[in-house]
Write a protein that binds this ligand. Structure first.
Ligand code: COI
Length: 355
């Protein structure tokens, strides 16, 4: 049971909620009223509290700005059919957050601290959780190095912040992607499995080039001559090949997606055969030529699932079917039903905030 007793909560005197157009929820634009903050100093986290969302100040020397010690999470809270709010898979996000922090030499925090801040924040900003189809309250926990010094070193001070904002559907149409055969997102021994800011910054240039060529995203590969597929844009990637749901196996160059894991679990429940195995661009091309690539889609917290309508392999563009009631749609619908309380929460994924 999480209580508010130990946490200082300073509420806003002027909510911005009435200014929000809930019919126009562009991703990343609207921020809810409050934020969680805690500081790490002298080997410990302290001063966990909630305050009105607003600017924070620091000097230009803080280490995060120079050497990129910055790690984040992306989570969601949903409006349930009974009006309550559910936060999806807190523990799974927490575990990944700790792995990311560890890889970047940044300090862990207890699950209790993570939950306490998060749950109190979402309780307070519950009116911001939208209810329309495909919408949610996106939650962004992050930690950055805040020591004021520009010498190259592991920071000894950090700031933890969590804010949230209502979001609508991430993509409004199926994606056109290309297999990226020059740039790579991550390699073995690198930081690909960690949700650190640099992974995203480094992907912008190749993604920008792909967009100039008319694509929405790139399919990242492992950089080997076989072009083994790893991820799709900022999402994990799944293919339905001859009725089997296939996704690349987790490794140190692939993000352990919470949606990816949920999709695999629910595929099993729906009797869909799954394989976590290497998929090369060559195999994809052969499957496309034989018409046995039934579906392709990305999975991620922001998008939930984004269907892929075409894949470019070495300059050749192949169409991919986007069925109305295919594997992706069936799993996504079940996932939505669990999150909103229409289907039983067998796996204990929801933390329900009763309002
Ligand atoms: C997510 O899917 O939540 C992501 O982290 C991708 C992007 C919004 C950064």
């Amino acid at each position: 049971m999480i209580t508010t007793e130990s946490m200082l909560i300073k509420k806003t005197s002027k909510s911005r909620l009435s200014e929000v157009d809930f019919h126009d929820l562009e991703f990343g634009k609207i921020i809810s009223d409050h934020m969680v903050i805690s500081d790490y100093k002298n080997d410990d986290w302290s001063n966990l509290h909630i305050e009105p969302f607003g600017d924070i100040s620091f000097t230009p020397t803080i280490l995060a700005l120079h050497y990129g010690q910055m790690v984040f999470e992306g989570m969601k809270a949903f409006r349930m059919t009974d009006g309550n709010v559910s936060i999806f898979r807190i523990e799974k996000h927490y575990e990944r957050f700790m792995r990311s922090l560890d890889r970047m030499c940044m300090p862990a925090m207890s699950l209790r601290m993570f939950e306490e801040g998060l749950i109190n924040l979402i309780k307070l900003d519950a009116p911001w959780v939208p209810s329309s189809e495909g919408s949610a309250l996106y939650i962004r926990p992050f930690v950055f190095a805040s020591e004021e010094r520009f010498g190259v070193k592991i920071s000894s001070e950090y700031k933890y912040i969590v804010f949230s904002g209502p979001v609508g559907p991430y993509y409004n149409k199926p994606l056109r992607v290309k297999v990226e055969d020059h740039y790579i997102r991550a390699t073995h021994g690198g930081t690909g499995f960690a949700k650190c800011a640099g992974n995203y910054g480094g992907s912008f240039y190749p993604t920008h080039l792909a967009k100039m060529q008319g694509f929405d995203q790139v399919l990242w590969t492992d950089g080997s001559p076989d072009l083994n597929i790893e991820e799709s844009g900022t999402m994990n990637v799944m293919f339905v090949i001859d009725g089997v749901l296939v996704t690349p196996p987790l490794s140190d160059s692939i993000l352990d997606g919470v949606t990816r894991d949920s999709f695999l679990t629910l595929a099993h429940e729906l009797g869909i055969h799954t394989q976590q195995r290497t998929v090369s661009a060559l195999e994809l091309e052969a499957a496309l030529q034989k018409n046995i690539l039934n579906e392709a889609f990305g999975t991620g917290t922001a998008a939930v699932a984004g269907p892929i309508q075409s894949i470019d392999i070495k300059g050749k563009d192949y169409s991919v079917p986007v069925p109305e009631n295919g594997v992706m749609v069936k799993i996504k619908n079940l996932l939505t039903d669990i999150r909103t309380g229409k289907a039983p929460d067998k796996y204990h994924w929801n933390t329900v905030i009763k309002l």
